[in-house]
Design a protein around this ligand. Sequence first.
Ligand SMILES: [Zn+2]
Length: 246
Amino acid sequence: MPEFIFASEVADLLPPALRGRPVVVAVAPHQSAKHAIEALGVPHTEIGAVAVNGQKRPISTRLAAGDRVEVFPRAPAAAVPGGETPRFIADAHLGRLARYLRFAGIDTLWKNAWDDAELVAIAVGERRVALTCDRALLMHRTLREGCYLRSRQPLAQLAAVARRYALELGAPQASRCLECNAVPRPVGKAEIAAELLPRTLAAFDEFWRCPGCARIYWRGSHWQRMRTALATAVRAPPATSSSNAA
Ligand SMILES: [Zn+2]
């Protein structure tokens, strides 16, 4: 039977009784490493590399009895100056995380009505990273990029996504619409005067309108609260995996 050695960064996804030691399990003839590892609870999206008998191998490698399989975590992305920022799709339970990401200007789709198959199809079709606390979703065969979130707290989730994808959250320049993900455009005060309260018009000079849902934005107290929350999330030390295991 093959023996699996999981790096500590992914070992928290194993059943508690299997953590902290090599795992020996029977596999069907010619079963792939991916299938065997996912059967133990670790989605392929969380794995950076697999070595079989000391040699790096694709995760689709077929296993034989007696193989020694080492499983390594996905390394966090390195920040690439001017590099392409990843785009995301968040599952139905992650509405607050999606709003934080949009506030930071990061392209994030979210609807509470998608089922898993629809979400995976959009993620694959648009090359988006699927964000979820649901490991089964990440085990969909076709899904290439996904991120398992260990915390249920939106700001801790935000910090985890920012670390893994080297996102710059500190200085949101052009936020996306919190409701629909479009990029709001500057709009003149005169154009929106009829739609806002006089005290809002008096207190602020810069306004933006979302081309997707027509919502108007300005940098009032809600904007300040979101900005403070983002700054706090960025400064927070990484949570240890052991204290957040689902
Ligand atoms: Zn909008």
